[in-house]
Design a protein around this ligand. Sequence first.
Ligand SMILES: [Zn+2]
Length: 245
Amino acid sequence: MTAFADLTSPQVADLLTGPRTPVLLLPVGAVEPHGPHAPLGTDELISAGMCARAVDRLADDPDVRVLVLPTLNYGVTRFGAAFSGAVSVSESTLHSLVTDVCGSLGSQGFTRIVVVNNHFEPAHVATLRKATEEAGIAYLDLVRRRTAERLTDEFRSGACHAGRYETSLVLADRPELVDTATMTTLAPIDVNMAAAMADGKADFVAMGMDQAYCGSPADATVAEGQSTFDTLTDLLVELIREVAR
Ligand SMILES: [Zn+2]
C-alpha cells in the first residue's frame, strides 16, 4: 500500500518503528483553466503522477518507505479568473492547510514530508515556500533555476501553461482527458509569463493568452510526457533521499 490514507491506524504507527525511514509526499494542484483542450486538474494530475512514479522507483528500497498523502487540490489561482472552472483559495487558506496538515503529522513523529507542486502562479508558489519553511518540511521547487534547467525548452522559456510541456504530461497518464481534436488546431502562443508578470500583467487575458494557454500544445506527445515524467521523478527521488538522510 502506498496511499497514506489507505493504511489503518496501527499500520501507520508501525511505520515509525520499522527499519525503513518513512517519507510522506504531499501532492499539490489547483483547479484552473488549461486551454480549451486540457483538464482543469492538470497540475494535480502531474503532481500525483510524479509521486506515484517515485513510490514505484523506491518500492524495494531498504532504507526509505514512501507514502503519498491525500492531494491538496485547491490553490491560489487568480490568473484564470476570467474563465469557467477557475477555483481559487486565498494565500492564508493555503498557508494554513499546509502548516496544519504538516503540524498534525509532525506531532505524531512524521517530520519527513515533501510538498510536490505543479501550479506555478507566483502567489501560490510564494505561499508554499513560506509555509513549508515555517513547517520545517521540504518543498520540491520546480521553478528554481537549477531545477528548471533540467526540464524542457518550452518550460524554461516561461511559456509554461497548458502548452506542449503540460499537455504532454497529461497525454502520458490520462490521454482520454485531452481534447486532441481541439489541441491540434491551437496555434503556438509565445508568451514569457515571468516577463509578462514583471510587466504588471495580472491575468491570462492581459498576458495575451485569450484561450488560457501559451506555448505549443499542438506539439504535445505521449513520448515527451513520459520523458518529462522520468526527469520529474529523478528530481523528486533525489529530494526524498536528501530528506531521509
Ligand atoms: Zn498547469
